[in-house]
Design a protein around this ligand. Sequence first.
Ligand code: R5P
Length: 330
Amino acid sequence: MASSDGPLKIFTGRAHADLAQRVAQHLGLPLGKLRIGDFKDGEIQVVIEENVRGVDAFIIQPTIRPNETLLELLIVVDALRRASARRITAVIPYYGYGRQDRKTRGREPITAKLIANLLVTAGADRVLTVDLHAGQIQGFFDIPVDHLTGVPLLAAHFCSPDVEDIVVVCPDAGEGGIPRARRLAELLDVPLAIVDKRRPAPNVSEVMNVIGSVEGKTAILMDDIIDTAGSVVNAADALRRMGAKEVHAACVHPVLSGSALEWLRDGPVSQVVVCDTIPLPPAAAQQLGSRLHVLSTAGLLGDAISRVHEDRSITELMTQRHQRPQSERD
Ligand code: R5P
């Protein structure tokens, strides 16, 4: 494939090489030759092992564990720029540090903006990302950002005759999650309820109230991120107390840090449905067994990369993917 931005090449960092490999397969391309290692003192060493002069380069790296993966991404972008790639797109399926997107009290940083500045300074010309914690982070960049969503993949999963009488529940009234949960509710054509959650301390959540009717229903908790799983498990407990007959958890980014797997394993959630924007911890399958469902974003990312490369519309791609799943429309 070639466009005015040069031939297309896909590279991967070390954060999620498996996803990058599947994206490359979807596009029928080999991954670009890139060697990444560590010096003895921990510094990252990058060597691009093929000619990228005049190339339309895409580097795939979710910035999970961002203190390592973000720096690696910046260094690869720098290497591509200095090797004369014509255009560099940072493909960031999960945008780490995105949750600190504003000052909630005095003397705090806004890391989501800092990371945007760093990416542009390193030499990124565009960003392609999935379900930013808050959509307005797009505006932290003065370069084009293509913002994809995994919600239609989750909708297709739940669009099954086995799951009936659904209510989609947003586990957080106070953040940017309501439009995302509403979108899932619209795609499934079901009502929406909202959990009023408070955070007395970082990584600690408390359910104050549930707005909407959940009694006798199958509740799908829709969040962008499951991190410690505190939000989802506390919300699931509250929903069960309020009469929900079953609770499923759906998220785009399975961060799953700390004791999240144990919490999910021991909590009242019947299914945990996640996208593969982040590699799962090795123990996930063992801990959650058949309750865990992982949906692939490789096709979505691959189609988006091909459209960016060919100057075709991403809006059209998202419109197609936002249509109600076929089995619902028949
Ligand atoms: C809220 O800020 C996010 O949308 C998620 O609800 C949050 O990151 C989940 O974190 P945890 O799983 O640690 O409660």
